[in-house]
Every structure is written in structure tokens, then in C-alpha cells.
Design a protein. Structure first.
Length: 245
């Protein structure tokens, strides 16, 4: 595929900067640029010039979501967009850039807002404080990994769990409240299971399964992040017609 592309498509003539050009384990070819419009042009050109042998497709990704912490009590889902735009006009936000999703209270009873944005709006928000009412509100990426509080594994909840009871601190057959383990006795069920099948490259398992620095948890975060549009660049994958789909 690389040889075919190099003979039929010239990114220099198209004034397109390629940042990634590599083969994948599944036999496809990954191409990335810093600009999403460039990817659209490149994808169209490849399909026009190599369409009999190659197929270019752009992965679909979800819009990113952000936490806005400690929002004022007068803010609600209906007025959140208007308040954000009115008090943060220097960001040049449009109505289509923000979609409020839901409000929730944390353990301190503070109100927090989750919004959905595009990748450019995300870049404007992160690292800055939102002015809302009399508050200056911190923002952060919303990356939520479902944890089961019955078996301590990922991607499902306790009410849907069909697994065995595993303490998130020590992997014992009891609940978190019943656990008397010391920190030295902590053991992560997910890292323990990983090590059973990856004995040549084991990971540290001496921690709670609730620890956000857990190798398995961080792997889940990376997998989720790959499905989200968190940058303004673009990517496409190439496959031969026989392997398409």
C-alpha cells in the first residue's frame, strides 16, 4: 500500500503535511495530519486515484466532554450555554460549540456541570477558569471508566454484574466496608488477572483496584481516549479492497 500511494499520490503537490504514515497490525495503513480538512482532501484523492485497489476511511470519534466544577446554584441545563457564552465572551464561543449534558453534586454538595464540546472548544477551555456568576470554575476532561463495585472489574456496573464478589482493596470475597486489609496487603484483581496471561511483562499489582494510577485502569483510559476527538488533526485508515470493512 505504501508503494502504491507513493507512486499515485503526492502530498507535496497537495501541500499536505503528513505526521504519521505507518502500517497497523491488522494489515491497514494509518495516515495522520495536523489538519482535519487536509485529511478530507487526502481521503478523496486516494479513493479517486486508487479506488480499484485501496479504500480510505476516516474513523468516527465522539465529541469530548468536560467537567466544569463548582458552578453557581442559579445555573441549570437550560441556561448553562447562555451563561457560559455571556461571561466568557473573549473565547468567541458559538451556540453550536457547547452542549450541556447534566449537573451533579459531589461529596461536598457542590454543583458540577458536564458539557459536550468540539475539539477546538476543548482546547480553549482546558487550563483556564470559567467565569460563571460570582464563581471562577475549574475545567477538566471528563473521562469516565465504569467500575463494578461487586467484582471490581471494568465496563459494567454492580447491578449488571454476573461475576464473583471481589474486594477492591485486597481481592477477598467481601465488600469494601468489611475489609480490614492494610495498605501493604492491597492487591488489584485486574492487574492480577493481567499478569496471569502476561507473565513475561507483569505489572505492579500491589495497589487497590480503585487506584487511578493502576496500569489496567490507565489502559482503559487510553482506549477510551482513542474514541474521542481530543485534537484538531485528522486521520484515515487504508485497507485493500479485499480486506475492507
Amino acid at each position: 500500500m505504501k508503494a502504491m500511494l507513493k507512486t499515485k499520490v503526492n502530498p507535496v503537490e497537495m501541500r499536505i503535511g503528513i505526521t504519521t504514515f505507518k502500517g497497523l497490525r491488522n494489515g491497514r495503513l494509518l495516515i495522520e495530519t495536523h489538519n482535519r480538512n487536509e485529511i478530507k482532501v487526502l481521503s478523496k484523492t486516494i479513493n479517486e486515484t486508487c479506488g480499484d485497489e485501496l479504500e480510505a476511511s476516516t474513523p468516527r470519534r465522539r465529541n469530548p466532554r468536560l467537567f466544569i466544577y463548582n458552578v453557581p446554584d442559579e445555573l441549570n441545563i437550560e441556561n448553562a450555554k447562555e451563561l457560559i457564552m455571556m461571561q466568557n465572551s473573549e473565547m468567541g464561543l458559538g451556540k453550536e460549540d457547547i452542549t450541556p449534558r447534566y449537573l451533579f453534586k459531589d461529596r461536598r454538595k457542590a454543583n458540577n456541570l458536564v458539557i459536550e464540546v468540539n475539539s477546538m472548544t476543548r482546547m480553549k477551555f482546558l487550563g483556564k477558569k470559567m467565569k460563571l456568576g460570582w464563581n471562577m470554575c475549574n475545567t477538566e476532561d471528563y473521562i469516565k471508566i465504569n467500575r463494578c463495585y461487586k467484582c471490581s472489574k471494568f465496563n459494567h456496573r454492580a447491578q449488571d454484574c454476573k461475576g464473583e464478589l471481589n474486594c477492591p482493596l485486597c481481592t477477598g470475597s467481601h465488600t469494601l466496608r468489611e475489609c480490614n486489609a492494610t495498605k501493604e496487603q492491597y492487591k488489584c484483581i485486574n492487574c492480577s488477572n493481567f499478569n496471569k496471561y502476561n507473565q513475561k511483562s507483569p505489572v505492579n499489582k500491589k495497589h487497590s483496584s480503585l487506584d487511578n494510577s493502576c496500569s489496567c485502569y490507565q489502559h482503559m483510559v487510553r482506549r477510551l481516549t482513542q474514541t474521542i476527538n481530543i485534537w484538531y488533526g485528522g486521520s484515515l485508515k487504508l485497507s485493500t479492497i479485499s480486506n475492507a470493512g
